[in-house]
Structure formats: C-alpha cells, structure tokens
Design a protein. Structure first.
Length: 717
C-alpha cells in the first residue's frame, strides 16, 4: 500500500490539462516555497487558489518526482496578502492586480466574505460601478458553485473524476438537483447505479418510502431486466422484484407505478390479459421496428427469366454448382424486399451471400454488407471478398454529434442491405438500422436462429421468424466439404439433441475427461501453455480462446484469467492496480462496452502493450491499431484469456477450449453448447464430464424473453 502524503500549497502553474478536464500536470508552491509537481484531477482549480491535497509520491522517468492526487480540496486564503494574490490571479473575471489591491485595501481579511455574501458592497471601491460589480458577482458565483459541488460530492464518497462529470452534466444546478432527488444520478450518469444513488439518498436523509426512491427503483428494475433480454416486465413480476429491492409496502409500489404510467415515464400494454410495463424507449423501438418492416415489405420486380440467366452466369464465374436449397434461397431473396436466411455451419450461407452480391452487380444494384461486430464484419468480408462493416460504422455513429448520422432524414444509399450474424442484433440497434433504409430498399437478414440470442434486449431474428409475416428460408443441408469436419457435424448433432461424434487423433474435435473443477482448470492451463503450442504450433494468445459458461467458479472466466495471466505473463513487466483490476503489459484483454469516442466496441480483443502513469492511460493494440484507454474507463476492459460464450458471439477463433462440468448446471443449455462449438474454425477441445455434455444437449428449454415484436408484426397481416 502506497503511503499517502498530505500537502498544502498555492496552484502556480498548469502545464497540461486534457480536454475532459479530469487530468492535469500542475505545480503548487508549498508553505516553504518549494515547487511540487502534482498529477491527476485538479477539480477545476485555478492558478492562485490554495489547495489541500492527499496523494502518493511517484517517480516519472522523464519528469521526476510527483504527487499523484488521491483527493483535492480548494481552500480559501485568509490573510490580506494571500487574498490579494488570489484575486490577482485572474480567477474572477473583471478583477486584475490593481483592482485586487484596492478591494483588499478597502475590506482587508473580510474581502472574500463580502464578495460572497454582500457583493453589492464592492461598489464602494473606486473604479467599480454597477455593471462591473454584477459581472464580478456572477463570476464569483460560478466559481463558488464548482467549489461547493466538488466538496459536497467528495463528502459523499464520489471520486474526483466522477464529480467532474456530474458537474459538467448538471452545471451549477448540480447541488440543488442532487439534494432534491439523488436518484437522478442513477438515471443520468454512467457509473452510478441505483444502489449507489440509494446510499447517497440515505446519507441525505431521504425516507425509504420516498416517491423518488420507489420510482427510481422501478425504473432501475426495468433497465436491469434489459440485461436478461427483456423488452418489458409483466406488472406482477415487476411488483415482486420492486418489493424485494425496496422493502416497502406493495401498495406504494402500485401507486408509484400508476403515477409513472400517467406521467408517460412507463408504457402499459395489455398482453394476453396481463399488464406489461415498458420503458418508453424500448416500447418505441419495438413499435417502430414493426412499422419499418411493414413499410419495407414489398415485392421485387425482378423477372424470373432474368434471374435464371444471372444465376447461370454467376455459377460459371464462381465455378460453383449451387445446390437446390441454395438456388431456392437466392431466388426468394430476389422475389421480395425482406428475406431471412437461417442455417447452421456448413449449410452454405456465405456462398449464398456471395452469389447475391454478384447477381446484384449484373442488375446494377448497390448492395452493402454489414454485421453487428467488427470481427463478424471482418469474417464476412474475407468470406465474400466484398467490403463489409459494422452496423455502427455503416450508420456513421458519432458520439460528438449525438448518435447515428444516417437515419430517416438521411437514409442509406443502398438497393439491398445484407446483415450477417443477425441473431446478435438487439431491438434498439435494429430500430436504427431499419430507420436508415429508404423506401424501396431490400433487406436480407442472415443468421443462425439456434445460437444464443442477442446480449441486448429483444429477440429480433426469432420474433421475425415466429411472426410468419416475413419470408424465411431455413437451410439444413450440410455440404460435402463441411461433412469432413467434426466441428460442423457436432454442432448439428447438438442442435438435433444427439450425442457427440468423437474425432480420431487427426480430427478437429476432442474431449478430455475431468471429474473435478480443479482437475479441469489444471488441464486447461496445460493445454494453453504447453500441449497445444507444442503439438500443433498454436499461439497461446493469438490462436487459442477459452469459452466458459460462467464467470465464477474454478473454471469460470475470473479464475482462469488469473491463472493464465500468471502462467503466460512476464512477471517483470510493468503492471497496474486500478479499481478491482490488475493489469500487466502483455495481457490479452477485451473491451466490454461500446466506446464510440475511441472507436472500440463490445467484444473487441487486443493486447495491452503499455501503461502510462503520467497520462493515466493504457495502450491496447486492437487489430494492428493502438488505442489509448484512460484509467477511468478501465472498468470496460477485462482479461480475455477466458471469456463467456455470450461474449464470443459474432467471432471465430482457430481453437476453442470449452470447460463443461455439472457445476455449471444452470448454464448447461443446448444453444450455449451449440454456440461455443460454432465459434471454432480449426479445433475444439471440450474439457469436463460426459454427464455435463449430456445435460446440455438434452436441455433445450432456453429462457423465454419478454418481447412483442412478433405480435406487432402480426397486426399488419
């Protein structure tokens, strides 16, 4: 543990401050007149202000000894000379050195108290009229607001960085807003959830049955249910969850639920005799998706003779004979404006996309390819030899401009949009995508309905298929070239509820028995570090990916990541302890949240190559691109030697190692095992017990998501 130092001084110089205002390199002069360099968040402090700092000494290779700020408080000077220097610093707009001297000469050590409480009195000073006095009063009020907010938030245990973001969001009204309703922090600020806001509210003395608290709890539960994939919660379910969370009478929950519905903060809808409650944004997304699909669902005007001619030409150019199932799929795509093609590995989905693109060229149609993730888009581009991009890049997402730049008012210039891995698309992203398609554009959704659904809310692909309102082509034929792969064959075996086919020594699918989690972990670590690299030349970082069903437990992601970080890492490499994480240069890491500013997205995997304590950031190489991630955003970065099966969606890896034991019972589901197997390109190694595999294959009862897209589509039929 670093020893904390306490130091006071006057801020004399700001050498550097980033655009966000949450990191600076500055100098203070301590009471002995020594210059001390400080680094970190200086909390909107200005030159000339007196600071009280708690921090630890660090040694920078270029700039020498510095204090790394842990806490900082701005304190007002008390002596005449100090007050005069303070006012002369330019801190208060309208007061320069000469005027500062006259003000202090007039009011002495009461100067700051006069400006703070009786600002009109400063008109008594020569050279200050009514307008100038008002200007000085406003400038002082602004600085006082910043200072009070920072001190107030610090006393609530909120970090300086987060306090800066809060002040920037709310401005001078931050104090009044937080004192009145601290639960707004949970709604408006990333990094403060309901429970943190609840702690702040209790600290402020708000009662447990406060309407603010109950309404915030209801909204929190609906937001949290998004993580389960739900678009809504049934009223009775929400009621039970709210009582458990808030520990208040159910009558109060019902009363505040009605208040929120009446105010438009919730949407109530009857579903099969039950009341369903939506957050307005999700209700809007689902409703607009149905409207857009209905708007786009038209018949094509491609003549069958022209299509047959084009197909023959494309088959000749590609030197490929399409199977009957592929020909039917291609024909259907050119017969209507919206089509779904669903099929497992080896069923020819990519070949169909390639053919459609070639036919589009013959018909002079502009076709664009996209996928939900960068890795999926890259795979699509490599397989089709056509450009492909993420949906976010396709729609030109800009954090600075506030969202997608392509929309209904500025639609895509496209005749047909092909979306691969469409099972991964959640309802909000789908709304944005459909909204950017102009009248007359065609849409082809390609995916595997048997994989895990999207991480976000909704069940887009499944709902569209279930609605029976959109043309759907199900591919089931496994082509000859894929039949030699046990990876492909076992994926289909699992999907049909049949036992696995075991490879011979030259195969691509192996099982290794492990009766206990400890045994499984030891065997997995040995596979990654020794056996697979020595036997096949696979690189532990670049080629091998562990996919675990769970985060916790002996063979959960957390435990395996710690083991492999130690086993594969350089113990002498620079490291960082930040928050709950420990990072080391060389680590394999994954981004878990879309960061549009840095152009990195949920699921991107990279290598950590530098730790910069001076700039408080880490450098991560993502696909040959170096990205600097601030320390404060490290909560979105995880070790990625082992990741969950859910996090692997849209990606493929040369080698997949899958631990599967009966201890994973709650996660042993057919679609999870199927998804994990289909992530591998060259080799699958399943480590665990035959019983666990059997349970997973038999368990086809995936948890139902609360969605209404299929019903909404049926209303247009």
């Amino acid at each position: 543990m670093e020893k904390l130092e306490h130091i006071k001084g006057v801020l004399t110089k700001i050498r550097f401050q980033n655009a966000e205002g949450n990191f600076a390199v500055a100098q203070i002069k301590d009471p002995t007149q020594n210059e001390v360099t400080i680094v970190g968040n200086i909390c909107s402090a200005h030159i000339g202000e007196h600071l009280e700092i708690t921090g630890s000494w660090i040694e920078h290779e270029k700039f020498g000894r510095q204090i790394k700020i842990e806490t900082l408080q701005i304190i007002l000077p008390t002596t005449d000379s100090a007050i005069q220097r303070y006012l002369s610093s330019g801190l208060i707009d309208g007061i320069g050195p000469a005027l500062a001297e006259r003000i202090v000469k007039k009011f002495g050590d009461k100067t700051l108290e006069i400006i703070d409480k009786e600002p009109q009195k400063i008109k008594e000073v020569d050279g200050i009229g009514k307008i100038r006095a008002a200007k000085i009063g406003l400038a002082w009020e602004s600085q006082r607001s910043i200072r009070h907010v920072m001190v107030f938030l610090h006393d609530l245990g909120i970090s300086a960085n987060l306090a800066t973001h809060i002040f920037k969001h709310y401005g001078p009204q931050a104090l009044a807003i937080i004192r009145t309703n601290p639960y707004l922090l949970a709604r408006d600020m990333y990094g403060i959830g309901f429970r943190r806001a609840d702690d702040i509210a209790r600290h402020r003395g708000l009662s447990a049955d406060s309407p603010f608290r109950i309404q915030a709890g209801i909204a929190f539960l609906l937001r949290e249910s998004r993580m389960e994939g739900h678009v809504f919660l049934e009223q009775e379910d929400l009621l039970h969850r709210a009582i458990s969370l808030l520990a208040v009478d159910q009558g109060l929950v019902k009363e505040q639920t009605k208040t929120m519905v009446d105010a438009g903060d919730l949407i109530a809808e009857y579903c099969a005799g039950k009341v369903c409650l939506f957050l307005p944004a999700l209700w809007e997304s689902e409703t607009r998706c149905a409207q857009h699909l209905h708007r786009l669902d038209q018949k094509y005007e491609v003549k069958k003779e022209a299509l047959e001619k084009a197909l023959k030409k494309v088959q000749k150019e590609l030197d490929f004979d399409f199977a009957d199932s592929q020909l039917r799929a291609i024909e259907k795509v050119w017969m209507q404006k919206i089509t779904v093609i669903s099929g497992g590995p080896g069923t020819g989905k990519t070949t169909i996309i390639r053919a459609i693109c070639e036919i589009g060229k013959l018909f002079s149609r502009r076709i664009l390819l996209c996928a939900p993730t960068g890795r999926a888009a890259k795979r699509l581009s490599e397989a089709t030899q056509m450009p492909a991009q993420t949906i976010h890049r396709l729609l030109d997402y800009s954090f600075q401009e506030g969202g997608f730049q392509l929309d209904e008012d500025n639609p895509l210039d496209v005749d047909m949009l092909v979306v691969d891995e469409s099972s991964m698309i959640d309802i909000t992203l789908f709304e944005a995508l459909l909204g950017a398609l102009k009248e007359g554009s065609a849409l082809l959704l390609v995916g595997d309905i048997d994989q895990l659904p999207s991480v976000g809310p909704g069940n887009v692909l499944g709902d569209i298929i279930d609605s029976k309102c959109i043309e759907v082509v199900r591919l089931s034929e496994i082509f000859r070239q894929a039949q030699g792969s046990k990876i492909v064959m076992n994926a289909h075996q699992v999907n049909r509820g049949l036992p696995l086919l075991i490879s011979d020594k030259k195969g691509d699918f192996f099982t290794i028995n492990a009766s206990t989690p400890k045994e499984a972990k030891d065997k997995i670590v040995n596979l990654v570090t020794t056996r697979l690299p020595q036997a096949f030349g696979y690189h532990p970082f670049e080629d091998i990916q562990i996919l675990s069903p769970m985060h916790k437990g002996e063979v959960g992601c957390s435990s395996l990541n710690q083991e492999l970080q130690e086993a594969l890492g350089d113990q002498e490499a620079p490291s960082l302890v930040f928050g709950k994480g420990f990072w080391r240069v060389g680590d394999k890491v994954m981004q878990t949240r879309n960061n549009y500013d840095l152009n990195i997205y949920n699921g991107d995997i990279g290598r950590l190559i530098e730790i910069d304590h001076q700039e408080e950031c880490v450098g991560v190489m993502f696909d040959h691109r170096l990205v600097h991630i601030p320390f404060e955003q490290l909560d979105a970065l995880i070790l990625a030697y082992a990741i969950t099966v859910h996090k692997s969606q849209g990606s493929q890896y040369p080698v997949v190692i899958l631990p599967l034991l009966t201890q994973h019972y709650v996660m042993l589901q057919r679609n999870l095992l199927y998804t994990a197997i289909t992530r591998a390109k060259a080799l699958v190694v399943l480590v665990g017990s035959a019983k666990a595999v059997e349970i997973a294959i038999k368990n086809n009862d995936a948890k139902t998501r609360n969605t209404r897209l299929a019903w909404r589509l049926s209303q247009f039929s």
